[in-house]
Write a protein that binds this ligand. Structure first.
Ligand SMILES: [Zn+2]
Length: 145
């Protein structure tokens, strides 16, 4: 674990995970297919209240767009049922996702600067930008970890 995590934060992450889980995983950063950085991310469990909150938020967004879609001539035949179904899917998806990337760090090989990875859904790759080199980096799990 690196120094940017306080010990209290580290304790919370560790206590939220099953004891046998490997919650600190190695990652590589790729740009145009080439490896341009290495680092690690911390995977943590999402609490049930946060998952419910996320599911309700997803439903509210989709169904608000569905209601707005009623007023679009002709396209409302597609928009309304589309956002109705998308809302159900996103709600289930928001509740089922029980892990997330809570923090991370990547070191750019070119400029050696450290890039912080903020809280993110467990969907790969994660896109970050090196502020010094101005390149977009796709962060992926390192194979064999
Ligand atoms: Zn860089």
């Amino acid at each position: 674990m690196s120094s940017y995590l306080t010990s209290a934060c580290r304790t919370n992450i560790v206590s939220a995970m099953p004891s046998e889980a490997n919650n600190n995983i190695e990652v590589v950063g790729r740009s145009s297919g080439q490896i341009v950085g290495q680092g690690h991310v911390i995977i943590s469990a999402i609490s049930k209240p946060r998952r419910i909150k996320k599911a309700v938020r997803n439903l509210a967004i989709c169904w608000t767009l569905m209601i707005a879609g009623i007023f679009v001539p002709m396209l409302h035949f597609v928009i309304v049922p589309g956002f109705f179904l998308l809302g159900l899917f996103m709600t289930a998806n928001g509740y089922i996702d029980d892990i997330e990337i809570s923090a991370g760090e990547l070191t750019c090989d070119q400029c050696k600067s450290s890039i912080a990875i903020s809280r993110h859904d467990d969907q790969w790759p994660i896109w970050v930008r090196c502020a010094t080199c101005q390149i977009d980096i796709g962060v992926e799990k390192l194979a064999n970890t």
